[in-house]
Design a protein around this ligand. Structure first.
Ligand code: ATP
Ligand code: MG
Length: 326
């Protein structure tokens, strides 16, 4: 069989997102929605990685319905290999409803665990798919779904390590899916294998009960040489490796929709590591990608191409030079 062999593999939930058009319209009241938008943290990551030019493949599950077609079409249009999208019979494609409150917080109603997204079958993941794998990216939201998802992620992890590939893990705590203490338990074996960890600053605190970021990162990562990146929203990120801390400030942009920033950031960070750039350059590139992601409504709409990231980076250099001159 002729099988694609991507370098970046992402595994996890595929869903469409249906959102309130404006903030302050809670989900417990009738009102308007916008969507469906292609979504799911792993699917956003995969799309962002492909837009940045990485050879990316996706392992997930959709229903034989219109939303499943939307996702397949999306992957095809974006150049994400969707040959490993499973279609379990009698399950609809996953859906998430999202509303924003006036202070920027989000509320979700998830139909994922009991949808196609929650039926990933480990025994349908072919070992040959991993022959060229450099990175496997896993989101904690996938591990929180159910045993099917965790078993499939574990198999993907073992196949990746067997090929000398690396593991990237975004804890992506979604407490609507699982309480914190259980989340910690399911993340633990994956934290042990992670070469790259991408929590937000607050996720690192919640997972370790440590308010000091350095101590939190020391508790989180166990693999020698592991890189831990604390995502800090508009403030950018802090990168930790072997006890060293590198702070990289964010880009000033107008935030329209924060969803997907973390996933675009992660894809860009891996693109930078794949290019063997110094960590400072990798962090700036990822901050720029995350910043661009929030400038458009919809989970994937803002995921930038490499050229769009470069335009923002160049504009920033010009702005700094001008400020220095005046
Ligand atoms: P997600 O909503 O995808 O889960 P996250 O909470 O995981 O996102 P954030 O810290 O919100 O992660 O965003 C990831 C990165 O994107 C940040 O580290 C930063 O580089 C960039 N970013 C996010 N929001 C903004 C913003 N408002 N302005 C500029 N950059 C931003
Ligand atoms: Mg996140």
């Amino acid at each position: 069989m002729n099988i694609s062999k991507p370098e970046i593999i992402c595994i996890g939930e595929v869903l469409v997102e249906i959102m309130r058009p404006a903030a302050g319209q809670p989900l417990d009241q009738p009102g308007e929605f916008r969507g469906p938008f292609a979504s799911g943290a792993p699917a956003i990551f995969a799309t962002a990685a492909a837009r940045l030019g990485l050879k990316t493949g996706f392992i997930g599950a959709v229903g034989a319905d219109a939303f499943g077609r939307l996702m397949r079409n999306c992957f095809e249009a974006e150049g994400v290999d969707a040959s490993q999208l499973q279609t379990p019979s009698s399950y609809a494609t996953g859906v998430a409803f999202v509303a924003y409150d006036d202070s920027g917080g989000r509320e979700f109603v998830f139909h994922i665990r009991h949808a196609a997204a929650g039926q990933l079958a480990a025994d349908q993941i072919p070992a040959a798919y991993f022959e060229n794998v450099k990175w496997l990216h896993i989101s904690g939201s996938t591990l929180a779904l159910n045993t099917n998802s965790r078993t499939a992620c574990q198999r993907a992890l073992e196949l990746t390590l067997a090929q000398g590939g690396k593991i990237s893990l975004d804890p992506n705590l979604r407490l609507e899916l699982m309480p914190l203490d259980e989340f910690r338990r399911v993340l633990a074996p994956f934290l042990d294998s992670a070469d790259l960890l991408l929590p937000t600053e607050s996720e690192a605190q919640r997972l370790t009960d440590e308010t000091d970021p350095r101590r939190a990162t020391q508790k989180l990562a166990h693999k020698p040489g592991a890189i831990i990146v604390l995502k800090r929203g508009p403030q950018g990120c802090a990168i930790f490796q072997d006890g060293e801390r590198l702070d990289i400030s964010g880009f000033a942009v107008e935030e329209i929709d924060p969803t997907g920033a973390g996933d675009c950031f992660s894809a860009a960070f891996i693109a930078g590591l794949q290019a063997s750039w110094p960590l400072k350059q990798v962090g700036r590139f990822a901050n720029a990608a995350g910043a661009l992601a929030v400038t458009k409504l919809g989970p994937m709409e803002g995921a930038p191409t490499i050229q769009q990231v470069e335009i923002l980076l160049t504009a920033e250099i010009a702005k700094n030079a001008e400020q220095k001159y005046h």
